[in-house]
Design a protein around this ligand. Structure first.
Ligand code: CA
Length: 395
């Protein structure tokens, strides 16, 4: 068993460039077999984009249904090397020998004709990791004559998939663009709060910087333990689920520090009201659970490398999906799924092994936006266009 985590462990900080170098080798494969002519059975196209490094890889996969509508999709392929899938997101992926099966999850199982589904996986390899070429969708080959069409140019890493959940708010339980705020003090559905202790940090309604309209929420966060400054939405989120989806736009000024900080804090009834937090450590985004101080990803160099920094000086779309019925969660930064901010219920070294030491699913009951640090770390942040609901919400 790993030893219990100490509060805000400090690891030797690895420059982000090193992580980039680890992931530098990117290859892309397009297997396309559009339906053509009578009798053609081809019914799918697969975009399989790999980031690989010595011993490991992640793959972002998009399957497009070129055939009749499917109520539940199942994509299969065979690995030619010794790849082994260790985790996946937006699909349930199982592997027997070299045969791999991916099945859509609750929210992307249905695949209308012409529509695509995106999912990803992480795995290991030892001696070889050639790209798979024999994809089949619900038993129908994606390449009906058995040949693989020419490889297309690689897609740009980070390019958002064409199909995303609708932006705006839909039927979200909480939806705020802060345009209804009358003064500089948060009011209406929003209240200033300092959950544990208050210092010199402040939160105001800002009319100088906004993602939408003319208003946003500004937080002047200050370093130092117990310098909490948050604005909490009064909306009760305890019945939002079973997957709680959050979309927010955030802009900040100072790169995430090496010390632990948080800018989203959700009281979690499964932790007796203690917080489920999104913030940063070692310069990259992380989840943190207040009750046991577990982090996602693990704060090892390999774990941190699977997360992402939060860029400064521009608006960033941060989305997450917190499963309240299983210990699973997912995180997207500007529509890119962040592999290190992913818990799938199957412990993965450097990612969610420590996180899954607690098997009780989280049950967030409210949303707080602001700043808390535990040591170093001043930052000025803005939040805008915030939504929380039971269905995916796009950027
Ligand atoms: Ca606004």
């Amino acid at each position: 068993m790993p030893s219990l985590p100490v509060r805000c462990p400090r690891w030797v900080r690895r420059p982000w460039t090193a992580a980039v170098a680890l992931l530098a080798l990117a290859v892309s494969l397009l297997v396309a077999a559009p339906a053509s002519g009578a009798g053609s059975a081809a019914g799918c196209r697969v975009d399989y984009t790999v980031n690989e490094w010595t011993g490991g890889y992640t793959a972002q996969i998009r399957v497009t249904n070129l055939g009749a509508a499917l109520s539940a999709w199942r994509l299969t392929w065979t690995y030619g090397g010794d790849q082994h899938v260790t985790s996946a997101w937006n699909a349930t992926v199982t592997q027997t020998g070299r045969a791999v099966t991916a099945v859509g999850t609750d929210w992307n199982a249905a695949l209308p004709s012409g529509a695509g589904a995106d999912f990803g996986l992480q795995g290991t390899w030892g001696t070889a990791d050639p790209k798979p070429t024999d994809f089949s969708l619900n038993g129908v080959s994606c390449s009906d004559d058995g040949t693989v069409p020419p490889t297309t140019p690689p897609t740009t890493p980070g390019t958002p998939p064409p199909t995303q959940p609708p932006a705006g708010c839909g039927s979200a339980a909480l939806c705020s663009d802060f345009e209804d705020q009358a003064g500089t003090t948060p009011s209406g559905n929003w209240r200033f709060t300092a959950p544990d202790c208050q210092g010199t940090g402040t939160a105001t309604v800002d009319t100088a910087v906004a993602h939408s309209g003319t208003k946003s929420l500004r937080v002047d966060g200050r370093a130092g333990y117990c310098n909490h400054a948050f604005v909490a939405a009064t909306t009760d989120l305890s019945s939002v689920g079973p997957v709680l989806y959050v979309r927010l736009w955030v802009r900040h000024t100072t790169a995430l520090p090496s010390a632990h900080v948080a800018f989203v804090s959700m009281p979690d009834s499964s932790q007796g009201g203690r917080a489920l937090r999104v913030g940063g450590q070692n310069g990259a985004l992380q989840w943190n659970r207040e009750s046991d101080d577990a982090t996602l990803p693990a704060q090892s160099p390999a774990g941190v490398a699977l997360s992402r920094p939060l860029p400064t000086g521009s608006w960033q779309c941060l989305r997450f999906a917190v499963d309240t019925s299983a210990p699973k969660l997912d995180t997207w930064l500007n529509d890119e799924q962040v592999p290190g901010l992913h818990a799938d219920g199957v412990p993965t070294q450097d990612v969610d092994q420590q996180w899954l030491s607690r098997t009780t699913p989280p049950r967030p009951t409210a949303l707080r936006l602001g700043w808390e640090s535990y040591g170093t770390g001043d930052d000025t942040l803005w939040f805008d266009d915030v939504a929380v609901g039971s269905a995916p919400i796009g950027c």
